[in-house]
Ligand binder design. Structure first.
Ligand SMILES: CCCCCCCC/C=C\CCCCCCCC(=O)SCCNC(=O)CCNC(=O)[C@H](O)C(C)(C)COP(=O)(O)OP(=O)(O)OC[C@H]1O[C@@H](n2cnc3c(N)ncnc32)[C@H](O)[C@@H]1OP(=O)(O)O
Length: 216
């Protein structure tokens, strides 16, 4: 068994960005524009059918153009799982994933990781607040990356969530995670979503050290 909250003295890992930073060019800016579209379409129901029909035609033309120039899905999968691609496609931090908020994460010298994100309308559950399943998704990922940062990763076997208070939309959320313990193949990891230092959702995960092979 090894306790893993602290790095050993002298270890050289420094604060390090664990997710790709959007470069605001090329695909990153196209994805950012798509996020705007997703948000703008919410409650756009008071427009006329003709206006929205024209919007649908434009969006379909864009999708047709992208599909035409995309390689086969098997090749895209291989690219996603090599090099920088690993942090660019996931649905939480991925700069090239329009459904990612996106959250930017950094590893810290004390062995924890963290990041901030502000969520808007697409992530709403209770009025004006974040959907509980979205919080679960964010925390599952943050716990998974905490494991990568600590050096021993696995698949989520069990995720326990406690919802302490409603998590607001449109306010900066701080999300942190830390690997707590490794025992054989079992990995215990914890994380929290806070606002102004007050916890909104906390998570405890049991991960099992097993990797699904990367496509190649
Ligand atoms: C330098 C740093 C750089 C960092 C760069 C950053 C980039 C980071 C890149 C990438 C980060 C990505 C982050 C992603 C995060 C997302 C995570 C997910 O979404 S994972 C998908 C969802 N999870 C699944 O789909 C699992 C499905 N389940 C399974 O595959 C299996 O059930 C599995 C692997 C969990 C276990 O199966 P078995 O056959 O390998 O092992 P068995 O023998 O069943 O269990 C082992 C032990 O664990 C216990 N166990 C298993 N499941 C349990 C459970 N649910 N509750 C309690 N105990 C359980 C068992 O009782 C057993 O314990 P006993 O050894 O007997 O003591």
């Amino acid at each position: 068994m090894s306790e893993k909250p602290e790095l050993v003295p002298g270890e050289t890992r420094k604060l390090e960005v664990l997710t790709a930073i959007p470069k605001n060019e090329g695909v990153d800016s196209a994805v950012a524009a798509t996020r705007r579209v997703i948000s703008a379409l919410l409650h756009a129901g008071d427009r006329t059918s003709a206006e929205m029909g024209a919007v649908a035609a434009q969006l379909n033309a864009i999708a047709d153009h992208l599909d035409e120039h995309n390689g086969p899905v098997d090749d895209r999968l291989v690219d996603m799982w090599s090099g920088e691609g690993v942090t660019r496609h996931d649905p939480i931090t991925g700069a090239e994933n329009a459904i990612a908020p996106p959250l930017h994460l950094a590893g810290r010298e004390d062995g924890s990781i963290g990041g901030v994100v502000t969520l808007g309308l697409p992530y709403q559950g209770p009025p004006g607040h974040v959907h509980g399943g979205v919080s679960a998704m964010l925390l599952d990922h943050v716990l998974g990356v905490s494991n990568a940062w600590a050096g021993t990763s696995g698949m989520t076997a069990r995720l326990t969530l406690n919802y302490h208070r409603p998590t607001p939309l449109f306010q900066e959320l701080e999300i942190t995670g830390r690997q707590m313990k490794v025992e054989g193949r079992k990995i215990w990891t914890e994380g929290v979503i806070s606002v102004d230092g007050e916890p909104c959702v906390s998570a405890e995960g049991l991960f099992i050290n097993k990797q699904v092979p990367r496509p190649r």
